[in-house]
Design a protein around this ligand. Structure first.
Ligand SMILES: [Fe+2]
Ligand SMILES: [Fe+2]
Length: 264
C-alpha cells in the first residue's frame, strides 16, 4: 500500500544547503511511491530560485507531484498582475493541477494561489466552486480501492498555533464536496507547522518548512504517509541538531469506508 513523502515550503532563496543535501539523501533512502510537494518552492518566484527548485525536484526519486504556493508568483509588482504564472509555468509546466495515478492511489493537485482578492492578507488562497467540482470528478473517476489524495498549498484545517493564517477560502464547501467524492487524505503547507487531524472524515496533514530558514516555532521537517486498508498513518520527521532528519511522532487514523456514489 502507498507510502508518500510529503515535503513543503522549500522556499529556495532562503534554503539551507546542508538540509537540502540531507533531505535528498533521506528521500532516496526512504524510496517512497510518490513525493508530493505542497507549494512555496521559492521565496519570490525569482528565476534563480525556480531553477534551484527544479534541480531539487529532478534529484528526488520519481514520481514527484508539485503544486504552487503563494510565494511562487511575484510580489507586489506589475508582473504579479500581468503575468503572474509565466515563470512558474516555464519551469513546472505540469505543476498546476497535476494528477498522478499509482498502483493503489490517485493523487490530484490543486492550485489554491490567488493573485489578489477582497482581503488584506495577500498570501491567502482559495478553492473555487468549479475547481472543486473538477477535482471531485477526478477523484470519483479513480478505482474504488484507491487511496484518494489531494495536494494543495493552503490549509483546510488549522491548529491553535496556526490560526493567524486563516483557512483557504472555500474550505467548507471543498471539504463537503471532496469528502463526498471519497477523498481520504489532503496534504498542505503554508503554515510552516507540522500537524494532522480529521475534518468531514478527511485526514488533513500539514508539513512544516522542509529546508528553509523561515521557521515559526517548529523545526524543519517533512511527513511520511503510509496507508493500508485499515488506517492512514502520518509520520512527522524533523531535522535534528546534526542536520539529519529523524522520526518525530506519528498520528494514526482509521481508514473510513468509502461511500459509494448515490449513497449519501
Ligand atoms: Fe511558506
Ligand atoms: Fe505560503
Amino acid at each position: 500500500m502507498p507510502r508518500i513523502l510529503h515535503l513543503s515550503d522549500l522556499h529556495f532563496g532562503r534554503e539551507r544547503p546542508d538540509l537540502v543535501a540531507a533531505l535528498l539523501a533521506q528521500a532516496r533512502h526512504l524510496a517512497p511511491d510518490l513525493v508530493a510537494i505542497s507549494g512555496d518552492l521559492t521565496q519570490r518566484a525569482r528565476r534563480r530560485e525556480l531553477a534551484a527548485a527544479r534541480r531539487f525536484v529532478d534529484a528526488l526519486p520519481p514520481p514527484v507531484l508539485v503544486v504552487p504556493g503563494n510565494h511562487d508568483i511575484p510580489g507586489v509588482t506589475p508582473r504579479r498582475l500581468l503575468t503572474p504564472w509565466r515563470r512558474w509555468r516555464r519551469v513546472f509546466p505540469d505543476g498546476f493541477e497535476p494528477v498522478l495515478q499509482g498502483a493503489d492511489f490517485t493523487v490530484v493537485g490543486a492550485n489554491s494561489v490567488r493573485v489578489g482578492g477582497p482581503y488584506l492578507d495577500w498570501s491567502r488562497g482559495r478553492l473555487d466552486e468549479a475547481q472543486v467540482e473538477r477535482l471531485a470528478r477526478r477523484l470519483e473517476a479513480s478505482a474504488p480501492a484507491d487511496l484518494r489524495v489531494l495536494v494543495l498549498h493552503h490549509p483546510l484545517l488549522l491548529t491553535d498555533a496556526g490560526r493567524h493564517r486563516g483557512l483557504v477560502g472555500g474550505a467548507a464547501l471543498a471539504l463537503r464536496r471532496l469528502a463526498r467524492a471519497g477523498l481520504d487524505l489532503a496534504l498542505g503547507g503554508h503554515v510552516h507547522l507540522p500537524y494532522a487531524g480529521r475534518v468531514n472524515g478527511v485526514v488533513v496533514a500539514h508539513a512544516g518548512t522542509s529546508v528553509s530558514d523561515r521557521l515559526v516555532g517548529a523545526a524543519n521537517g517533512f511527513n511520511l504517509l503510509h496507508a493500508d486498508r485499515a488506517r492512514i498513518v502520518v509520520e512527522h520527521w524533523r531535522a535534528a541538531d546534526d542536520g539529519r532528519f529523524v522520526p518525530d511522532g506519528r498520528s494514526s487514523f482509521p481508514r473510513r469506508m468509502r461511500r459509494e456514489a448515490g449513497n449519501d
